[in-house]
Design a protein around this ligand. Sequence first.
Ligand SMILES: NC(=O)c1ccc[n+]([C@@H]2O[C@H](COP(=O)([O-])OP(=O)(O)OC[C@H]3O[C@@H](n4cnc5c(N)ncnc54)[C@H](O)[C@@H]3O)[C@@H](O)[C@H]2O)c1
Length: 341
Amino acid sequence: MRIFITGSAGFMGSHLVDHLIRIGHQVYGVDDLSGGYMRNVNPKSIFTKLDLRNTPKTVALIVKIKPQLIYHLAADATEGRSQFTPVRATERNLNASLNILVGAVKAKTKRVVMTSSMSVYGDQKPPFSENIPKKPVDIYGISKAAMEDATKVLSQVYGFEYTIIRPHNVFGPKQNLADPYRNVVAIFINCLMQGKNFYIYGDGQQKRAFSFIDDVTPYIANAGFLSKTAGEIINVGPSKEYTINELANEILSHFVTNLNDIPKHLKPIFVPDRPQEVKMAYSTDTKAKKLLGFKNQTPLKEGVAKMVEWAKSVGPQKFQYLDKLELTTGSTPTTWKNKLI
Ligand SMILES: NC(=O)c1ccc[n+]([C@@H]2O[C@H](COP(=O)([O-])OP(=O)(O)OC[C@H]3O[C@@H](n4cnc5c(N)ncnc54)[C@H](O)[C@@H]3O)[C@@H](O)[C@H]2O)c1
């Protein structure tokens, strides 16, 4: 199949490109490299550097490629920061998605797979299942929820098929280690590789379910091909949750000899919660198992070990901050305001 993947220089997008090429598809990728790297781009893919916020260029590219299937993964996925960069988050997550959908309609693409997020559930009682209403509590979640609704409406009007996937807390090799705003696993590892403390927002008792990249990529791919996934919204990721403190200890165990005697310079530093951060967020995987054949194969311990091994092979990375946040107030985390990470 001729497949178009956005965010193909990013973490999840590049793994999906590799997977689809491996199983014999012709893959076209696009990315503006705002959060991804050329080193992630599969040389067997046909790559275009483009900012998807540009409507005419995005639509023209899709019409030229005429993909049968589109996976849309490009985004500004900095959920915690989105309260401080609301315009950037909305333009990159909602506006860019509309450009993809317009292109898909004009190119007569059969199906689009849109990558949403667990953030659309907001602060409800976990585990979140797909049939509870969307109640996002942050700008990132709002932009993803609007993207989902826009996809459904345009599909009803123009007749293309869609599948919406909602991954959560994915980590693994090729993830951006230099982003101080997101990817908790990557941030902790990068700080520890630099021999410095890492920061935990709140008391570290917040819970998340972490997905190792190899455990989600094939199932995201499946979402594009199976007839039973058309028109469906599916959580993709495991249902087993861990606290951030448990995650921190798992990662620390690769950098210290005794967890009961962590040297002062590597101990986590606890700072106030980030505004709008949901305390308990994990999802059910029943629908993913039923429709996508989802299996969670990699225990957290093993996934973290693989990620640490890869990160050490890349080496410590200098954290890259935005020149300026759109809004800076008393509630802006000091870690970002004072570039502490
Ligand atoms: N990683 C996770 O834990 C997670 C969880 C839930 C949802 N998601 C969603 O999955 C998708 C992929 O996430 P990821 O972790 O691989 O992120 P990522 O940042 O590694 O990849 C996103 C890519 O999109 C590109 N991009 C951003 N804005 C663009 C624009 N305007 N034009 C062109 N390219 C642009 C970036 O350069 C980056 O390479 C995103 O939609 C994200 O919201 C990720």
